[in-house]
Write a protein that binds this ligand. Structure first.
Ligand code: ADP
Ligand code: MG
Length: 711
């Protein structure tokens, strides 16, 4: 190759890659040399000294280099197919020095003819004694790496005599090919890898340069303890993780600065406003509610737009705080929009707000697609003319024909249900309005800082007084009758109950008990003496509203429902929740659902009904639910069970996909990097260093993280 290789060089032009491999690499997002260098090993094998087969001990996990004697499919007496391979190494003396490797149901190994006698192969796995045969040593389903004959069967220095990186295969590109590619590339770009961490930051934290860090991450020094590598805590890895979080942290700091530099609306806390806010309060706010309201009011009174995330566990009382903020805006002659993710929740907010606003001279209305066309168009007119002060609605609010006369405050409830884009659409209907987003998804604090790093952050970390704890029981099918009896006895005492199902209609294959069918069954056979109602997402809006109202008024005693009750629904007299097929729900969802009860003074009861053999993770979710009601604790466990990718889910959440950093594993590095990034931007060692860095970041950030442009 005549042209010099750089980080930006495309992999398809690399020697040893070719179009087919390039295509495979691209499926993992590996397009350039730089991408490839950040494809890090998931494991390392210490092959500095290979163990001789003769010296292997049962129970030991080892790497061996052996020659294949025989390999093929055998069938056991029970009819099981086992792929059985026998191999020896140079230590062979008589019967010693031989080992067998076995794979169950591995006809594919036979078909693909991967192994042939005479081949030299590395095996990595746990050694055990064959319990049936001769007592030979064996490895069950070991990992392997075959040395090609073309290289005269010689292991080369990349494969033995060192700590060897093991990569996850990409299609047919195995660990060995990846290792060679990466090695070659590292050799060629050596000294050409620019270091984007500011020098002063590097020196202060004693971090090695990026070139060395990359090399040692792939090919560790012999002295490097391997357990550190496996935990991603070797200095080389830490340096790369730190850098990644540093850039993200810096980007967020800049984004936030930019937002704060914009002119916003300066609301004033007049005596009128104080009076009005006091007037609507149906109870004494908790200390946490007061503190958070003050944070919000301070933002609203500043000449900059507010961008605040209000986090609080289910039932912590976010709505009233939002309404207080709304009143401040309205007293200042601005309009307020409150967006909620479902019609049920929007309707409920609307009814609650309308009632509380009654003593004040402000108008409120509800915009959901389920309303009559004539009502909607009339509402939109009043909104555009400024006659309407507050509108509550669903996605319907972001449609283009919805216009405001002076939108001053945007409130988004259950923020995690909306994408960044939806939020911005609503915001752009005003001129730099203040924005308050609310979420009940408890995110561990350090993660929240990254996730919503461009937002200010308030937490209601206290429940309203007089809440009784919820008792949660995990029960099996055999106890179904007892469960129904528990519900019955509560209703006889004048309480109300939710019964929640995962799906609406019966599908033929599944044994799930669908809401519609169970509704009929429960209403006629199980609870004939009570008034039973049905609520699910496919009902027409008017009907949903009607059922919710009747449940609120106590006319419906048992509400059979799908997860549409998950968010926001508030009926304090409901003290029992029965969740069917509880093993099918995610942890966050179970927590949200359970948040519907425990809202009154009386002790509530949550019954998790699930079949006998859900998998281990499902069982752990149920166990967690019985052990704690602490949303943060639950979120942490959820994060562990699912991993950050799934936990945060959608692309739209706006979380960058990290190349080496891992939000779960690397929280303390994240905090450290973010602190240093803020410090660096606010107090750079020199203006030149800051300029250089910003130039890099402006170029790099949008490309890598696909987030909005910074500063
Ligand atoms: P969430 O934070 O889940 O949105 P809500 O705002 O729906 O919670 O409030 C839950 C319930 O607690 C509502 O019935 C609300 O009226 C009540 N509540 C909120 N704050 C207080 C308080 N300080 N004292 C008593 N009840 C409160
Ligand atoms: Mg709420």
């Amino acid at each position: 190759m005549g042209v010099k290789l750089t980080l930006a060089s495309e992999l398809k032009y690399l020697k040893g890659v070719g179009p087919k491999r390039a295509e495979l690499l691209a499926t993992r997002g590996l397009l350039t040399v730089e991408d490839l260098l950040y494809y890090t090993p998931f494991r390392y094998e210490d092959r500095t000294r290979l163990t001789a087969v003769r010296d292997l001990l049962p129970g030991q996990t080892a790497t061996i280099l052996v020659r294949v004697l025989t390999a093929g499919l055998t069938r056991t007496r029970k009819g099981l197919y086992i792929y059985d391979l026998a191999a020896v190494d140079a230590s062979r003396v008589g019967g010693q020095g031989m080992i067998r490797c076995k794979w169950f149901n591995a006809a594919y190994l036979e078909r693909s003819k991967i192994f042939r006698p005479g081949q030299r192969v590395f095996f990595y796995g746990k050694v055990e004694r064959d319990p049936f045969g001769t007592g030979n040593l064996q490895m069950i389903q070991p990992q392997f790496e075959i040395l090609p004959e073309s290289e005269a069967g010689q292991a080369n220095s990349l494969e033995v005599g060192r700590v060897v990186p093991i990569y996850e295969a990409i299609g047919k590109i195995g660990t060995r090919v990846l290792r060679r590619l990466i090695w070659t590339v590292l050799e060629q770009v050596n000294g050409e890898i620019p270091d984007h961490l500011p020098g002063s930051v590097r020196v202060k934290n004693r971090l090695m340069d990026s070139s060395k860090a990359l090399r040692l991450t792939h090919f560790p020094d012999p002295q490097q303890p391997l357990d550190e590598m496996v935990r991603f805590r070797a200095p080389a890895q830490v340096r790369l993780i730190f850098e990644e979080f540093f850039h993200v942290g810096a980007g967020l700091v800049l984004k936030r600065r930019q937002a704060k530099a914009q002119p916003g609306i300066e609301f004033a806390v007049t005596p009128d406003a104080r009076e009005a806010i006091k007037k609507i309060l149906p109870f004494h706010p908790t200390a946490a509610q007061k503190r958070v309201l003050k944070e919000i009011v301070d933002d609203m009174c500043s000449p900059r737009p507010m961008n605040r995330l209000l986090q609080g566990d289910v039932g912590s009382g976010k709505t009233i705080v939002a309404l207080q903020a709304a009143i401040l805006a309205m007293v200042n002659r601005a309009q307020v929009a409150l967006m909620a993710p479902t019609e049920i929740l929007a309707t409920q907010h609307y009814l609650y707000i309308k009632q509380l606003l009654a003593p004040l001279p402000f108008t409120a209305d509800l915009l959901i697609s389920g309303r009559k066309a004539s009502e909607k168009s009339e509402l939109k007119q009043r909104l555009a003319s400024g006659e309407l002060n507050l509108v509550v609605g669903t996605h319907a609010l972001i449609e283009s024909d919805v216009q405001f006369s002076k939108l001053g405050l945007v409130i988004v409830d259950e923020q995690h249900r909306f994408g960044v884009i939806e939020r911005f659409r609503l915001i752009s209907k005003g001129a730099s309005p203040d924005v308050l987003v609310m979420t009940a998804t408890p995110i561990p604090r350090t993660l929240a800082l990254t996730l919503y790093g461009d937002l200010d952050f308030s937490v209601i970390d206290q429940l309203p007084p007089n809440r009784s704890p919820i008792e949660t029981l995990r029960l099996g099918e055999a106890e179904r009758e007892t469960v129904f009896e528990m519900v019955r006895s509560r209703i006889r005492q004048g309480d109300q109950a939710y019964v929640v199902y995962p799906v609406i209609e019966e599908s033929e294959k599944s044994d799930l008990r669908p809401a519609v069918k169970m509704y009929q069954h429960l209403a006629t056979n199980v609870f004939p003496e009570f008034r039973v109602g049905l609520l699910h997402g496919r009902l027409p809006s008017a009907e949903k509203e009607e059922v919710m109202l009747r449940f609120k008024r106590g006319e419906v005693q048992i509400l059979i429902s799908t997860t549409v009750v998950e968010v926001g629904v508030d009926v304090p007299n409901a003290t029992v929740m029965l969740i069917e097929h509880a093993d099918r729900f995610g942890l966050a969802q179970l927590h949200q659902l359970r948040g519907r009860i425990g809202r009154g003074r009386k002790k509530s009861l949550c019954l998790l009904l699930a079949g006998d053999a859900p998998n281990e993770i499902a069982e752990e979710r149920l166990r967690t639910m019985t052990e704690t009601t602490d949303g943060f604790r639950i979120a942490e466990i959820d994060l562990k069970l699912r991993g950050p990718g799934e936990f945060f889910g959608t692309r739209q959440s706006g979380i960058p996909a990290f190349r080496i950093g891992n939000l779960l594993r690397d929280q303390e590095i994240l905090e450290w990097a973010k602190r240093d990034a803020t410090e660096f931007i606010e107090h750079p060692a020199s203006p030149e260093e800051l300029d250089d860095y910003l130039r890099f970041l402006h170029h790099d950030w949008p490309r890598r993280y696909g987030l909005a442009r910074v500063a």
